[in-house]
Design a protein around this ligand. Structure first.
Ligand code: ADP
Length: 407
């Protein structure tokens, strides 16, 4: 019997308090193993993982896990136990949220690239530092994979956004000299679900107009015309746009001057408010989690208000993106933790778009969650789909292809 030569890519997605990992078989295009180390740096920290085939979830509680200890544990215990041979891992793909002014496509990480990722930290201060930690820790854990680690950026997919939507109406030199412009984020997810949508409806993506809504803890929406991003709601940093779990999304910039000049807050307090204490958490005052908002919608005035604000803003963005395509879209796609699971967010948002012939099929909508993929609109509506995202697959493919190209 000829034994298949296994070619796995380890994907690492390091956030501030969580670290997602996946081992992808790039030939079969499937996840062998995946999981999350969550609540890092707290007493509740744990690692939850599952094998693709048996779908059985394992939870391991380890107090005060750091990024470093999580990566060590994932490699030395979970991967070793499940893969038999770590040499089947041929490369490591890192999700890096922001490529800054210069890094506009996937690259093998070396010292020069690492320096550029470091320089782009001000463009994604809550995200990029953790991507750097992930790279450094993976380098210790896999000394044999030196020069086999790839950065895949969430900003790359948005390179195609034209000037009229990527420029801010501020002095031009700020763009020219300092790169202050809209870069967007979640590009890996927007790319994956739009390509998947084209496959599902069996049409050439180059002939489709799609609006993709990635709604997780962070959230963004993208207008995709003929396979290319033409506008997106996140801005220079992932703070602009939709209302999010703890981020404010769009605000009047003068609020910042008011907090500073009148309320005498300092810059880091203001940053903390807008990035960690706003959004759903800011309005409910208790939770950043959409599940809380859904469960308390009818009994708590703040949860009710948070849900209404969230869906109102989302529907306004969707409607405004009809303009970018000069016609109604061929499909609207929901993805991310909220997009894939919140029946209520989808229903309220779709109802607000009724005047544009968006009609929710309530029965299908209510049973579409927990990883299910389905069309949740009526047959005579603009098609609306729920498509679970798979950012890890794109990251693994990019990593594998780039390493093959350079070998
Ligand atoms: P991240 O942006 O960190 O990757 P996710 O895409 O995993 O986040 O989304 C996390 C969010 O998804 C949670 O904060 C929660 O609000 C929402 N969510 C997860 N499951 C459900 C559910 N069953 N119903 C409603 N919302 C959910």
């Amino acid at each position: 019997m000829i034994r298949k030569i296994e070619k796995y890519v380890l994907v690492l997605n390091c956030g501030s308090s969580s670290l997602k990992f996946a081992v992808i078989d790039v030939i079969e295009q499937e996840k062998i193993l995946f999981g999350t180390a969550e609540c890092l740096n707290s007493k509740e920290s744990r690692i939850i993982y599952q094998r693709y085939r048996d779908q059985k979830k394992e939870t391991i509680l380890i107090k005060n896990l750091t990024h470093k200890r999580s990566i060590n544990f994932i490699v030395q215990t979970i991967l070793l136990k499940n893969l038999e041979n770590l040499n089947s891992i041929v490369g490591i793909g890192h999700r890096i949220v922001h490529g800054g002014k210069e890094l506009n496509r996937s690259v093998i990480i070396n010292n020069k690239i690492l320096k550029k990722i470091q320089e782009s930290v001000p463009f994604a201060p809550l995200h990029n530092p953790f991507g750097i930690i992930g790279f450094k820790e993976a380098s210790y854990a896999f000394p044999n994979l030196k020069n086999k680690q790839v950065a895949v950026f969430d900003t790359t997919f948005h390179n195609s956004i034209p000037r009229e939507s990527h420029l801010y109406a501020i002095p031009y030199y700020l763009y020219k000299k300092y790169g202050i412009r809209r870069y967007g984020a979640h590009g890996i997810s927007h790319q994956y679900v739009s390509e998947k949508f084209a496959k599902i409806v069996k049409k050439d993506i180059k002939k489709l107009n799609i609006i993709s809504c990635h709604l997780g803890n962070g959230g963004s929406i993208t207008a995709i015309v003929h396979g290319k991003s033409v506008d997106t709601s996140m801005g220079m940093t992932p703070l602009e746009g939709l209302m999010m779990g703890t981020r404010s999304g769009d605000i009047d910039p003068s609020i910042i001057f008011y907090l500073y000049n009148v309320l005498k807050m300092n810059v880091s307090q203001i940053q903390d408010i807008l990035t960690k204490k706003s959004g759903i958490l800011g309005i409910t005052q208790v939770s950043n989690d959409m599940r809380f908002v859904e469960n308390h919608y009818n009994k708590n005035v703040h949860a009710n208000c948070a849900m209404k604000m969230y869906c109102y803003r989302l529907s306004k963005y969707i409607a405004s993106y009809f303009i970018t395509m000069n016609k109604f879209p061929d499909g609207i796609v929901f993805t991310g933790g909220i997009g894939e699971n919140s029946v209520m967010v989808r229903k309220i948002t779709m109802d607000k778009l009724k005047i544009f012939n968006v009609k929710c099929d309530e029965k299908i909508n209510s049973r579409t969650k927990f990883g299910k993929c389905a069309m949740i609109s009526k047959s005579d509506s603009i098609p609306v789909w729920v498509i679970p995202t798979n950012e890890e697959l794109i990251i693994a493919k990019e990593t594998f292809d780039l390493l093959k190209e350079k070998s």
